[in-house]
Ligand binder design. Structure first.
Ligand code: MTE
Ligand code: CO
Length: 423
């Protein structure tokens, strides 16, 4: 490492000390220049320094470097019978910080992507209101709008893991989540414009896609923090995420976040739609089902290392992961390297926002021993993420939804990493 080209010596040492490292420790695990062998990456003039590159606006809408082309949403073919009613997963192990780039947000469609012409899109509000209303997209943009960062987690995230470790990669075990900054109008304003009748207790958002997705949401939640969103991460919603309009239901299961939103009905009781009867209920061991399990409990996952991103170096390494809770902010994340016997509190970095993903790190030295890496999230209510066994004791193994148990990654001596369970 050439100190002249980075930070001045003294300043750099201060930085490393602040990060809790010594120069020797930081250097120990990093790739060293091989003595006596010239490095062509330094000694040869590369093409990108020899020729002019593309001019401005050649790439009118930018996309990632071609060297990042492996960073994509992926599906698991055997999971579903067709791609139109299926899921693709966010490549969590390739991302950092807390925001999911728009093109990498996992998708869950029940009838494929509706490609909607916004000039022909309407939002209707009907039912127990003083005056039923129909809004154009322009009408909606004239209401006061807000910007908020939230995670959306499908209730079925980690659903394939109830009966034991199955899928090898956090993309597949935990990738039915994305975390985006939404711009939208508080639903409260829309409902107030229509005027709620005194017996209005529930709303039912409905999608304009061929599945006409419908869910019942209590009026308190609708009035408290739901948004009618038209933008994500600063630009229009992507078609995959419900362009031109979706409802945002902070902290609650993804299924309720109806995309391609075309109608909101107001009623005095829930509608008991397919998505809240035969689906999105949790079958218990005694044959009864938990229903209306809306809130996504605190959960976390180590994204690096993980099966698609093995450990490459002995010495200094960064463990990284995400934690989130549908009940508010993440207060603490602990990481274990030995399958849950000993825990170290991880370092949280970046914004800590309610019902948003939160990034954590653990800087550690790897000597090549086998590791069983776990993370455990705690939220502001004091709720602690349970182990998978603790969860099964109360829920059994018939469930698909709401698996927020602690994930274990086995790191072998060669760095290869595998999805396992400890009991
Ligand atoms: N809304 C409509 N109209 N159609 C759908 O198929 N899928 C739901 C929900 N909203 C769905 C929908 C499910 S199950 C989930 S998990 C989320 O959208 C997925 O949102 P995403 O595709 O932005 O990840
Ligand atoms: Co879902």
């Amino acid at each position: 490492m050439n100190e002249k080209t980075t930070l001045p010596g003294a300043g750099r040492r201060r930085f490393l000390q602040a990060a809790g490292l010594t120069l020797a420790a930081a250097g120990a695990g990093l790739t060293q220049a091989r003595a006596g062998q010239p490095d062509p990456a330094i000694t040869e003039v590369q093409d990108w320094a020899r020729y002019l590159g593309d001019g401005v606006a050649v790439r009118a809408y930018g996309k990632p470097s071609e060297f990042e082309k492996h960073v994509i949403r992926r599906d698991v073919e055997w999971l579903t019978a067709s791609r139109e009613s299926s899921v693709s997963f966010t490549p969590l192990h390739e991302l950092d910080g807390i925001i999911t780039p728009n093109g990498l947000c996992f998708e869950r469609h029940h009838a494929g992507i509706a490609e909607i012409d916004p000039s022909k899109h309407r939002l209707m509000v009907n039912g127990l209101v003083q005056k039923p209303l129909v809004f154009t997209m322009d009408d909606i943009r004239r209401f006061p709008r807000e910007n908020r960062v939230y995670f959306l987690e499908c209730a079925a995230n980690s659903g394939m893991e109830w009966r034991g470790a199955q899928l090898n990669g956090c993309q597949f075990t935990h990738g039915m989540i994305h975390n985006v900054m939404y711009t939208g109008v508080p639903l409260k304003y829309i409902l107030e414009e229509a005027g709620l009748k005194t017996n209005a207790k529930w709303i039912m958002p409905e999608g304009a896609d061929a599945s006409a997705m419908t869910r019942s949401i209590p009026i308190e939640k609708a009035m408290q923090d739901c948004l009618i969103a038209f933008a994500m991460n600063g630009e229009a919603l992507r078609p995959e995420q419900g362009y031109p309009l979706r409802i945002v239901v902070p902290g609650w299961e993804g299924n309720m976040w109806v995309k391609w939103l075309r109608r909101i009905e107001v009623g005095d009781e829930p509608w008991h739609t397919r998505e809240e009867t035969s689906k999105y209920t949790d079958l218990l061991t005694d044959g009864r089902s938990r229903r209306f399990t809306w809130i996504m409990d605190a959960k976390s996952v180590v994204t690096n290392p993980s099966p698609q991103a093995p450990l490459k170096f002995k010495g200094h390494n960064v463990i990284s992961g995400l934690a989130w809770s549908g009940r508010g902010t993440i207060k603490r994340v602990d990481v274990s390297l030995d399958g849950g016997r000993n825990w170290t509190t991880a370092r949280i970095d970046g914004p800590v926002l309610p019902m948003s993903a939160t990034r954590f790190y653990l800087d550690f030295e790897w000597r090549g021993e086998e590791l069983m890496i776990q993370s455990r999230a705690m939220d502001e209510t004091g709720y602690v993420q349970p182990t998978k066994d603790e969860l099964r004791k109360v829920r059994g193994v018939n469930s698909i939804y709401h698996n927020n148990g602690i994930q274990t990654w086995l790191v072998r001596a060669n760095g290869e990493t595998e999805n396992v369970e400890v009991s």
